[in-house]
Design a binder for this molecule. Structure first.
Ligand SMILES: [Zn+2]
Length: 203
């Protein structure tokens, strides 16, 4: 890994985030946020669903921050909803296949279901975007997803954990794999000086 500024986001990830954002905040609001974040090039057309890279992580982070500010106290929940919806958009798509995971879920305990989906997401992330460094842990039943190269807060300075899109995405993944009743909360965040963005699954 060289400088964090060189991190990029795959077209596929951008596409699913933008589809989700359009769904949650509407076309007009999304366009305004894209303009404020100097991302006008994504207004005319969504990027294709491929693994090429056409957005810097710092741009992706700025879009998240722009929406967060725009909605003030509702910002975190809006972004979490975007993340949840992005997972749904992604899973309905063939290039982001959790089909193998889906097939074995029925044979696993809830704990194993959560571990499997978090590990699979980390593996998928590293495979589709080799610059990134993410992994899942289960320490005495405390399940975490740890991101050492978080795309959502690259270049940001925040006073509290602020990667709400990713938190919502992970939350929806856990719900998909293990059912309702879990919350994914970000406890540590690079944007406030921590070494990693760290997300904990809570009951
Ligand atoms: Zn982050």
């Amino acid at each position: 890994m060289s400088s964090a500024d060189e991190l990029t986001v795959t077209n596929s990830a951008v596409r699913h985030t933008l589809i989700a954002a359009r769904e949650v905040i509407g076309k007009k609001q999304l366009y305004e946020s894209l303009m404020k974040a100097n991302l006008n090039r994504f207004i005319q057309a969504l990027p294709p669903d491929d693994l090429k890279e056409n957005m810097k992580a710092s741009e992706y982070a700025l879009l998240s921050q722009t929406i967060l500010k725009e909605y003030q106290e509702d910002g975190p929940e809006i972004l979490r909803r975007i993340g949840r919806s992005a997972f749904q958009s992604a899973i309905q798509n063939s290039s982001f296949s959790l089909n193998m995971v889906r097939k074995v879920l029925a044979y696993l305990s809830t704990s194993q279901q959560i571990n499997l989906v978090l590990n699979s997401l980390a593996e998928a992330q590293k495979k589709t975007n080799p610059q990134t460094d993410v992994w899942a842990e289960d320490q005495n039943g405390i399940k975490t997803y740890i991101d050492g190269t978080c795309l959502e807060c690259t270049g940001r300075k925040e006073s509290q954990p602020s990667c709400y899109i990713l938190a919502g995405f992970l939350n929806e993944a856990v719900r998909w794999a293990a059912g309702p009743g879990f919350n994914v909360i970000e406890k540590n965040c690079i944007s406030r000086g921590d070494d990693f963005c760290r997300f904990v699954v809570q009951r």
